[in-house]
Design a protein around this ligand. Structure first.
Ligand SMILES: CC(=O)NCCS(=O)(=O)O
Length: 349
């Protein structure tokens, strides 16, 4: 048994899982999303460099990836600190910070934020999507990639002694690239060795989650200790959702607060509203999956911070939980979704 067994690893060290409390399992506190810049429509080109100001906020909500400044969440440390203090005030206990190599992970800032706010922060190991893989990463063998991930968990990330407590979000595209496949295999090998939680960013296609799980399974991964993120924009058909749920991963609805008419990365997707997300949670609960659901906001652009008129990190606790209770999800089930399921997932075997 390793020293991690039975504990949760935060950026400040190991804690008893019971200390986590209400946990958002997929957030970013500091990152850059420049890798996913999406140019505005030709008649709106000037918006790419427009300042973030009141008159642009609705446009940014509809086009969050088409303005360069909006993608630099790493410029907002003070605002994020204020948000975390408000999150604690609202009853939040912990946040999983899913920023991996490729989107400017900054574990030093995460440690400082945890020290200054009292929120338990769990950092992510591993690599984001292929577009962000360096040539060095692409050349690595599965064994080498696995060594890198294991080092980030056991010894510290980015040359520091600040340790990651989950692997992920591991980025995958659609179709899954060769480099991403190696990272997935390395993730499964590292998970086997460490008994740790894993979280996956699937490509933007309904077939992507199952394809990822198959690769992890073949490489020996523990699917029961793995989260499939972003299901809200990935599997929209209820039948397909139930088929995927049978594979045994945690089912994450993590885009609460994201409501847009056109999802630029896949125009075939009608991004659900928050009401529709709650309906889907109620459906999954009714189908017997209350032990598998987890939720979050996945804040990764500036416009979603309260500083810029956004919903912030407390939106689920303040607004979505009351809504869930009016839609047939019991308080006990809410507690499973916010406390028990994250705790079980995050605890090292
Ligand atoms: C940071 C991140 O990967 N967020 C997900 C954005 S997406 O549009 O749902 O892929």
């Amino acid at each position: 048994m390793s020293e991690l067994s039975g504990a949760v690893q935060t950026v400040l060290g190991l804690i008893d899982p019971g200390q986590l409390g209400r946990t958002m399992t997929h957030e970013h506190l500091t990152m850059s999303f420049e890798c996913c810049y999406f140019p505005p429509a030709p008649d709106e080109e000037s918006m790419a460099k427009a300042p973030i100001e009141m008159k642009n906020l609705f446009w940014l909500k509809q086009n969050p990836y088409s303005n360069h400044e909006n993608l630099l969440l790493n410029q907002e440390i003070e605002a994020v600190k204020e948000e975390l203090l408000a999150y604690r005030q609202a009853g939040g206990g912990a946040i999983v910070e899913n920023t991996t190599t490729g989107i400017s992970r900054d574990v030093h800032t995460l440690k400082k934020l945890a020290q200054e706010t009292g929120v338990h922060i769990i950092a992510g190991a591993g690599f984001y999507v292929d577009d962000t893989h360096s040539e060095e990463t692409r050349k690595m063998t599965v064994e080498k990639l696995s060594d890198v991930i294991i080092t980030e968990v056991l010894h510290g990330a980015d040359g520091s002694d600040i340790r990651c407590g989950v692997i992920g979000e591991i980025g995958t595209s659609w179709p899954i690239t060769d480099s991403e496949k190696k990272v997935l295999q390395a993730t499964a090998h590292a998970q086997t060795q460490l008994g740790c939680p894993v979280i996956i960013h699937p490509g933007r296609n309904a077939a992507a989650p199952e394809a990822v799980v198959r690769i992890l399974q073949e490489a020996g991964g523990d699917i029961g200790k793995t989260v499939m993120s972003h299901l809200d924009r990935t599997i929209l058909d209820k039948g397909e959702l139930l088929e995927f749920a049978k594979m045994g991963s945690y089912l994450e609805y993590d885009l609460f607060g994201t409501e847009m008419l056109n999802y630029p990365f896949n125009l075939k997707v009608d991004m659900p509203s928050d009401n529709q997300r709650v309906q889907t949670l109620a459906y999954l609960v009714a189908e017997g999956y209350e032990d598998k659901i987890i939720i979050a906001h996945d804040i990764h652009t500036k416009n979603r911070l309260t500083k810029y008129g956004g919903h912030g990190y407390s939106y689920i606790l303040k607004n979505i939980v009351p809504k869930m209770l009016t839609r047939g999800i019991t308080e006990n089930q809410v507690n499973k979704i916010l406390i028990d399921n994250p705790r079980k997932w995050l605890t090292f075997k």
